[in-house]
Design a protein around this ligand. Sequence first.
Ligand SMILES: Nc1ncnc2c1ncn2[C@@H]1O[C@H](COP(=O)(O)OP(=O)(O)O)[C@@H](O)[C@H]1O
Ligand SMILES: [Mg+2]
Length: 276
Amino acid sequence: MIEIKNLSHHYRVPDGSVIQALHQVNLKIQEGDFIGIAGPNGSGKSTLAKHFNALLIPGSEEGQVLVDGMDTRNYNLVWKIRQRVGMVFSNPDNQIVAPVVEEEVAFGPENLGVETAEIRARVDEVLAQVGMPGFQKRAPHLLSGGQKQRVAIAGALAMQPRYLVLDEPTSMLDPQGRQEVLRTLRNLNDQEGITVILITHNMEELLEVDRLIVIAAGQIIRDAPPTQIFREMECLREHGLDVPEVVKFNGLLRAQGVQVPFDCLTVDSLISFLHS
Ligand SMILES: Nc1ncnc2c1ncn2[C@@H]1O[C@H](COP(=O)(O)OP(=O)(O)O)[C@@H](O)[C@H]1O
Ligand SMILES: [Mg+2]
């Protein structure tokens, strides 16, 4: 479990002013969940993401982050925490450093001193998990955006994390790459039991998460299943968040007297409702 207790975070900018990026955030993330975190630009999502794996550490009097009981403020535990919580950022080009896919994926475990045979086995395993078996010898810079981002995910998986935090992982990708990455995350959660924390400002990507956390101005304003949150279209709009197309469409149907259930969040489920 990742436990965030009364977490606040401020940045001090050169002109001397202070930006309060997070304010008294409380959150518990259970293992095995697929969690979405949404919020408008500047709401504190990336600041929160960096606290999950000790890239940022709470200041004194600014709360506590516990990863499987390990306090991120304990310097001796930082590497263990970073191993347990994998991170993927939005731009795969900034994350990929090696000229060959297998070297890229092996980078983390090599730094940990894992044995060569074990590394080779892990590379094969995680490339299969992201749907890219056989890509070991390929050059990352020749891959599509979706493939590069899946290589970045494979690199994180090679450290055998329990939690995977992805900060806007699809924002640089075309629709196909976006679908590839989302499908990969779904599979990792379903088949490997990896806890996925998907951060995005794009609500369309969060229709099928188990639990959706909405943050605005550094505070959690909603924490519920998406079926419940998407009932409150006005509230989301007030906070500068867009509502997914299918939710808008359902709203139009309801206004016309068609009683579409609120858990109808995919085109397929809407079609089967309309046929029933
Ligand atoms: N390194 C930084 N220095 C100063 N202010 C920052 C820094 N990083 C983020 N901020 C500010 O903190 C607030 C939250 O930012 P961030 O966590 O990046 O939000 P999000 O990821 O939701 O866009 C914003 O007002 C942003 O401008
Ligand atoms: Mg961000």
